[in-house]
Write a protein that binds this ligand. Structure first.
Ligand code: UT7
Length: 325
């Protein structure tokens, strides 16, 4: 018996040209390179230019992913774009990308799950493919997070960066076993009781202003470590796999200490963990596809490798995906 699988066939990354170090931030807020590195592992981040929008970054990464997949935009029938920082309240940033690519068929829409956005978008696109409603999907995580930061709040402004990453998913056939190439499973969760621990204090309904990120860092940290551990086990159990089968941990990049805790739980050495947090900081929905594009480009990941993706963000939302490369 064969089953439909969604296989990753191309990745693309885009980072804005401007890189800002911790020392540079310390010129305008009361912080230090030492504090930021020690508490988060972040050394620098890329920030979008004034005229650079989420859709611009998304488009740049999408073009690279399509090229790597050897697909034309006309071959796509689905775009799912994860972002918390859309160009406009509407239309969806995904339809901007659709128009710029010259893809006039199929469907394009945004998904909003903050830092878990890419895992959510991947799950949505995977479900469209495995149910036969799409053949070729573009899944994008793109953020201009710098636009919603309070640049006077040192507890948040040092943590985030901008960027975009894309992956192309193509329908393929598998045997329905964990040896199949492609997305093996996705597990998503949310718990709205925690909405006040990490949120933006603005919005069309709330204030009519864009607002700024507000976060109870310690609470988020604690929740992330606990729930990510659970959702990682959930993914492995569902596929009859163990931590030993995981070749690469590709985590959301919020804080090196959270990633290290997850690597320790899985007993994975640092060389099997994809770290970009040092150079990118937390790019929210863009962090996982940026990390994937990096390991795809440098050849670290080989055919047949098992990748474990996990993320947690505002909402709270969290989730995992197991992907065989
Ligand atoms: O991607 C979405 C999910 N987000 C996350 O996963 C973030 C999770 N949380 C974290 O990564 C960490 O909680 C932070 C990095 C945000 C903070 O680290 P922490 O070890 O939890 O520090 P803290 O918030 O408990 O603050 C410790 C001290 C405080 O000073 P007092 O009250 O002890 O005197 C803060 O005011 O550090 C101070 N502080 C800073 N000092 C220098 C906070 N931010 C800064 C800063 N520079 N940028």
């Amino acid at each position: 018996m064969t089953v439909r699988r969604a296989r990753i066939s191309g990745c693309g990354a885009y980072l804005p040209a401007r890189q800002v170090t911790n020392d540079e931030l310390a010129l305008s807020v009361d912080t230090s390179d030492e504090w930021i590195v020690q508490r988060t592992g972040i050394k620098s981040r890329h920030l979008a230019a004034e005229d650079e929008l989420t859709s611009d970054m998304a488009l740049a990464s999408a073009r690279l992913a399509l090229e790597q997949a050897g697909l034309d935009p006309a071959d796509l029938d689905l775009i799912v774009l994860a972002t918390t920082t859309p160009d406009n309240t509407f239309p969806a940033t995904a339809v901007r990308v659709q128009a710029e690519l010259g893809m006039n068929n199929g469907m394009a829409f945004d998904v909003q799950a903050v830092c878990s956005g890419f895992v959510y978008a991947l799950a949505v696109a995977n479900n469209f493919i495995i149910t036969g409603q799409a053949q070729n999907a573009l899944v994008i995580g793109a953020e201009a997070f710098s636009r919603i930061l309070d640049w006077e709040d040192r507890s948040t402004c040092v943590l985030f960066g901008d960027g975009a990453g894309s992956v192309v998913l193509r329908a393929d056939e598998g045997r329905g076993t964990s040896d199949d190439r492609g997305v093996l499973s996705t597990h998503l969760h949310s718990d709205g009781r925690y909405q006040d621990a990490l949120y933006v204090d603005g919005g069309v309904g709330a204030t009519g202003t864009i607002g700024h990120v507000r976060m109870q860092g310690r609470e988020v940290f604690r929740f992330a470590v606990n729930k990510l551990a659970e959702v990682v086990d959930e993914a492995l159990d569902a596929n009859g796999l163990t931590a030993k089968d995981v070749r690469w941990l590709v985590p959301h990049q919020a804080n090196r200490r959270i990633i290290d805790a997850m690597a320790k739980k899985l007993d994975l050495p640092p060389e099997r963990v994809v770290y970009t947090v040092e150079r990118h900081a937390n790019t929210s929905a863009a962090s996982i596809p940026l990390a994937l594009a990096e390991v795809a480009a440098d050849g670290r990941v080989e055919e047949g490798d098992l990748l474990l993706l996990e993320a947690m963000g505002g909402g709270f939302t969290w989730g995992s995906a197991l992907v065989r490369w």
